[in-house]
Design a protein around this ligand. Structure first.
Ligand code: ZN
Length: 163
């Protein structure tokens, strides 16, 4: 059975923890990839990392322009160019942060068939992969916010809690 998983939200500390390397893809990881993909689509995201569903393992799913990637231990081996764009995150609803990232990347990872693959990506696909790799390192879009924006966000949160 397929499941829509619960998404962990900022400031949950699970999102701060670096995730663990996956030694092998088994039925369990394949099922998790599928559930993550469904969950991502359900919430209209273009990427999701395992820590966002409470599992600190280096697993990500990304779907951009019909291209679906399910990757374990993704690692950037080459990056070039740069581009700024506003990014959102399913773990930080309602927040958009302008982030500069490489425009083009090559990523090495383990795929669903336990094969090491190298993937070239650019533009939005590259950005989505880099965003998810950040999650595996305990980093979120909040870390890219300016101090002013952070203060405003924290203030907004406090006001909300008071209501
Ligand atoms: Zn995110």
């Amino acid at each position: 059975m397929d499941n829509i998983l619960k998404i962990v939200k900022y400031p949950d500390k699970i999102l701060r923890e670096p995730s663990q390397v996956v030694s092998r893809i088994t039925e369990k990881e394949i099922k998790l990839f599928q559930d993550m993909l469904l969950t991502m689509r359900h919430f209209s995201g273009i990427g999701l990392a395992a820590p966002q569903v409470g599992i600190n393992q280096r697993l990500i799913v990304v779907e951009v322009d019909g291209q679906i990637l399910k990757l374990a231990n993704p690692e950037v081996i080459k990056a070039q160019g740069k581009e700024q764009m506003e990014e959102g995150c399913l773990s930080a609803p309602g927040i958009l942060v302008n982030i500069e990232r490489p425009y083009e990347i090559i990523v090495r990872a383990l795929n669903e068939e336990n094969k090491i693959v190298e993937i070239s990506a650019k533009g939005l696909l590259a950005r989505a992969i880099l965003h998810e790799i950040d999650h595996l390192n305990g980093k979120t879009i909040i870390d890219y916010m300016t101090l002013l924006k952070k203060l405003r966000f924290n203030l907004t949160n406090k006001l909300k809690r008071r209501e």
